[in-house]
Ligand binder design. Sequence first.
Ligand code: NAP
Length: 264
Amino acid sequence: MTGGGRRLGAAICEAFARAGWKVWCQYRASRVEALALCESLRAQGWQAEAVEADITQEAGRRALLAQLTAEAPLACVVNNASAFEPDTGLDFDADAAQRQLGVNLIAPLSFARLVAQQPPGAAGDGERSAIHILDQKVYNLNPDYFSYTVSKLALERAVALQAQALGPAVRVCGVAPGILFESGPQTGDNFQRAARANLLRRPIDPADVARSCVFLAETRSITGTTLSVDNGQHLVPLPRDIMFVVDELLKPVHAAPSSPSSSP
Ligand SMILES: NC(=O)c1ccc[n+]([C@@H]2O[C@H](COP(=O)([O-])OP(=O)(O)OC[C@H]3O[C@@H](n4cnc5c(N)ncnc54)[C@H](OP(=O)(O)O)[C@@H]3O)[C@@H](O)[C@H]2O)c1
């Protein structure tokens, strides 16, 4: 699990551990959270270890894989870590965009093929998998968070492409959540309302996203496809990121002014 110390990553670590997997929880800055999460899971009888790594460099990714596979082959990588920086198509900074592409696109693609390049262990073909965490934005475009969205669009297209490239050794799947946690400049109040701006008019449970990842990792017939776990948010088109338009979207619908009554 990349970026597994907090928020969605922590929920996915917990779901895999509870399903009986041995979980490696990679962290960069969230050392305290990752160590506490894994300690708590171990105290409940599950297997989880926190591991620090720089996933933005190929050398860091290779070193991490070498460390983890010293014991046994890696059966699944969940590419959850992601940078979410505000920019637009007009003013994006090329270096900042490259950094986001590095974390959000190149690292997931690299980890998936490193899993494929492992010598096959006891597990047969199709037992190994890579799961890319996407975003409902890829099915519901708006121009906010431009570089982030470009990185997730490319990763969404790469699910099928990598499934073709890495089969039969490794299955490649995507999970596309909707809004789950406060992000960027969002206030708590804005988030509470934005979390209901979907077809089901209720917040998305991060545990459902986590459960979907376990389902994909354990279902040997699925590859090259993405599950939307977003309460149907991708079917509610918006001109901007939900945090900027939620007030307009959810404003009460007032009764239409009554038409002039006509005399009988
Ligand atoms: N939050 C949402 O509402 C939402 C909605 C749709 C899709 N998603 C997707 O779901 C996934 C998880 O979302 P989240 O909000 O839980 O993620 P997040 O908190 O924004 O980031 C997850 C972790 O990624 C790591 N990370 C961030 N920037 C990094 C960088 N430059 N280099 C290396 N690692 C970096 C961090 O690990 P450390 O803390 O250890 O540094 C961070 O804790 C992401 O892929 C996101 O795109 C989220």
